[in-house]
Each structure stands twice: as C-alpha cells, then as structure tokens.
Design a protein around this ligand. Structure first.
Ligand code: UGA
Length: 428
C-alpha cells in the first residue's frame, strides 16, 4: 500500500478518529486545529474527548501522527486534505459552512495537493460549491471527494476500521481511486458515486435510523394503550431480515450531535427546494413529543411538580460517552425546572456546559445520593451501572417510590415487587 501524507483539518471528534485511523493504516498524518489549547492537550499525549481505544491508537502511532496549529506545517507536503470541521445549524436552520470554506481557502498554497476529502456532514450541493472555490484559488487540478462518516460515538474506531461500507463520491476517477486506496487493509464494500449522491447517503442514512427509532417510540405508545409489550413486539418484528433488528429500541427520544442536527438540516434542505417532507417532519415531531412524555407522566403521578424533588439518572445522550449535545436529559431538566421542581442529577461521565438548565440542578457523585429524598426518579440514560445498584436501598432512601424508566433498563416485576410505582416505555 502506498503511504500518503495527509492533512486533517479539525481535531474534533471526527478529525481525531479519522486522523488516528489513517495513521493506523500506515499514512503520515498531520492534524491541524485552530484551537491552541486543544493542540497543546494532544501534544501532551492526552485526548480531549472520551472515545474507547482512541488514546491508545494515537499513542501507538505517534511517529506518524502529529498535531499542529500551524497552517504551513499542515499543508506542507500534504497530498490529501481531510475536512473534519463542524457544520452547526445557523439561525436559518441551514448548516453553517463557514468553517468548511475557511479550510478550503487555506489550501491555496498546498503545492503537492491531489485531493480534498469532505468528512464533515454537509448539505447536498456543498461539493459543487467547494469545486468552484478550489477552481477560484488555483486548485483546478485537485480532485474533490465526498467520503461521509458513519461512525457512532463509543464505537467510532470499530466503525472506521470495520465499516459496513465506504462511500466515495468523486468528481474525477483519479481522486476517487486515490482516496479509496487510502483504505487498503479495510475489508468493506466501496460504493462509488457522484458527489451529490454521496452527500445524500449520509443524510438519508441518519434520517432512516432516526425514523426507525421514532417508529419504535410510536409503537411503544400504542403498546401502552393496548396492553401489548413493545419489547416482544419489536424483537419479533426485527427478526424479519427485510426490516432488521437494529435501532428499534424505544426510549426517551433520540439525541446527540448528529440525528437532531442532520434531520433538521435535511428538512431545511428539502424546504429550500420547495418540498415539504411529510415523513421526516413527523419523525422529528414524534421525537419532540417523546422527550416530553416523562414530564407528563410525573405530573400524572405526583400532581403539581412545584417543590418536588426529581432525580435524573443519566445525563449523556447515550451511555459510553460524556457527550450532552441535544441530550433528552437537558430537555427534561428544563421542563422540570420550569414546573418548579428541584432537579437532582447523576452521570458517571457527562460534563454539562455552564448555563441553564444545569446551573439550577444539583449534581451528585452517586445515583443513590441523587435518589436521596426524591419524590420520583427518571432513568434517562441506560448506563449499565444503573442495572447494578441496590434498588431496595434506593426505594428506602426515596421520599416517594415513583420511577419512570425511560430506557426499559430494569425489570418491571422486580421493581414493583420492591414497592416501586414503576413505569417504562411500552411495557405493561
Ligand atoms: C449516529 C449514527 O448511529 C452514526 O451512524 C452516524 O455516523 C453518527 O450519528 C453521525 O452522524 O456522526 P451517534 O449520534 O453517535 O451516531 O449515536 P447513536 O448510537 O446512533 O444514537 C443516537 C440516539 O438514538 C441516542 O440518543 C440513542 O439513545 C438513540 N437510540 C438509538 C434509541 O433511542 N433507540 C435505538 O434503538 C438506537
């Protein structure tokens, strides 16, 4: 395999995983970030995000993997430039691409450059605009490749090194072949297509995953209303290979840095073309309703929530990460505080950003402390340690044993036997 010299722009979640995995594959990688503190941390051998296996991978590839703030150092000798910067929603709902354009512009002096690879999630049509910009800055000979990522937090290394597929959207065959060859050593089918189609694959894949979850959540509500058990129902539904068993777990709503942002961006993109997507809109609405159901349930159980102590168990948007972006826990905490409740929270990893609602919530180092004197508990994130705690003791320390298990983690019969007023999602 030809070893290539690669510059990765952005030392965020995607940039670090991409840079580390490309180094692991044998390439020479320079990761550039404009945040000096982030670069300092990485140079000191620490990893600023929580991702299993990433620290070890960075450490064992340190000969081939460097971090810098300096643009010249990054572009010097680089044959391939990866764009891994964030594309947050702007006020209009469209993705803000200013960081993407800044990176593309900064490549003007990259004399050895052969291809620019887009890893950031971007609207369809971004590649065409990037192509025009590359031409404008004298890089007409440089190919453009859309190579979306399908890595989930907590399993990103595995998803990169052993993916279900590699998508290559190319504006010329040479650049596409060059980027495909970077993945030599990875055993996965390669789907080669035009740039716009590759951009759409990413958004469509995330939208379909979100659709499956919203569907599971709606079936769960129907199960509640009819006495069926959603776990049994969806397990059997998922055994049909045409439907698939994954992403059919009902819960407290989907969150994270991708599904909410990408589904909104896709909806916005559709409306920019004059099309109102009915299904996607419903998928988003079902999720918003799902995130509020726990609060309604607590009101049904406790009446007025003013002055009530509510323990939120889990804050991260899913277990195995410290990420709180678009976490259902934040929506819940805001609504509970707005109702006048006191919020007591626990999470083993998550670090909420300063500001409301978390400034007004009290954080405890153990689930049991958060449960102390609580009028109700909501299990928000299915951290495995929550299955292990002594629930008899939890029952003892709570003021009222009301429990809403938003992730169907616990056994209803067992909890009810202990005296809990226990409810979960779609299970009798
Ligand atoms: C997601 C996708 O799974 C990745 O394929 C994609 O690359 C990534 O977004 C991205 O666009 O970068 P991630 O956001 O890390 O990855 O998390 P997921 O594990 O997909 O979970 C998303 C949300 O759905 C979480 O809140 C989770 O609790 C929820 N979920 C997931 C359910 O409620 N039910 C399920 O069955 C599965």
């Amino acid at each position: 395999m030809a070893e290539r010299r690669i510059a990765v722009f952005g030392a965020g979640y995607i940039g670090l995983v991409t840079g580390a995995c490309l180094a692991e594959l044998g390439h020479h990688v320079t990761v550039r970030d404009i945040n000096p503190e982030r670069v300092r941390i990485l140079r000191a051998g620490d990893v600023p995000i929580h991702e299993p296996g990433l620290g070890d991978m960075i450490a064992r590839n340190k000969e081939r993997l460097t971090f810098t703030e300096d643009l010249t150092e990054a572009v010097n000798g680089a044959e391939i430039a990866y764009v891994c910067v964030d594309t947050p929603p702007s006020a209009s709902g469209d993705a803000d691409l200013s960081r993407v354009w800044a990176v593309v512009r900064s490549l003007a002096d990259a004399g050895d450059l052969k291809a620019v690879v887009m890893k950031s999630t971007v609207p369809v049509g971004t590649g065409a605009r990037a192509r025009a910009l590359l031409d404008e800055i004298g890089l007409s000979h440089v190919g453009y490749v859309s190579n979306p990522e399908f890595t989930a937090e907590g399993r990103a290394i595995q998803d990169f090194m052993a993916p279900d597929r590699i998508v290559i959207g190319q504006d010329n065959d040479t650049a596409g072949a060059l980027v495909t060859a970077l993945h030599t050593g990875i055993n996965a089918p390669v789907a080669t297509m035009d740039v716009k189609s590759a951009e759409m694959v990413k958004l469509a894949a995330n939208a379909l995953l979100a659709t499956k979850i919203s569907f599971a959540n709606e079936i769960a509500t129907l199960c509640e209303n009819t006495g069926a058990n959603v776990t049994e129902v969806l397990q059997a539904v998922g055994m049909d290979h045409r439907l698939g068993a994954h992403f059919l777990r009902p819960g407290i709503g989907w969150g994270g840095s991708c599904f909410p942002k990408d589904s909104e961006a896709l909806r916005q993109m559709a409306s920019n073309t004059g099309f109102h997507p009915q299904l996607l809109t419903a998928v988003i609405n079902v999720n918003n309703i799902q995130k509020r159901r726990a609060v309604q349930h607590l009101k049904d159980e406790l009446g007025d929530l003013a002055g009530k102590r509510i323990a939120l168990l889990g804050m991260a948007f899913k277990p195995g990460t410290d990420d709180m972006r678009e976490a259902p826990s934040t929506v819940l905490a805001s609504r509970l505080l707005a109702e006048g409740a006191q919020v007591r929270s626990w999470d083993p990893l998550a670090r909420p950003a300063a500001g409301e609602p978390w400034d007004s919530a009290t954080r405890y180092p153990t689930p049991m402390q958060a449960l102390g004197g609580a009028d109700a508990a909501v299990l928000v994130t299915e951290w495995p340690e929550l299955a292990e705690i002594d629930w008899t003791e939890a029952h003892r320390v709570m003021r009222t044993p009301v429990m809403f298990d938003g992730r169907n983690l616990l056994d209803p019969a067992r909890l009810r036997e202990m005296g809990f007023r226990y409810t979960s999602v779609g299970r009798p």
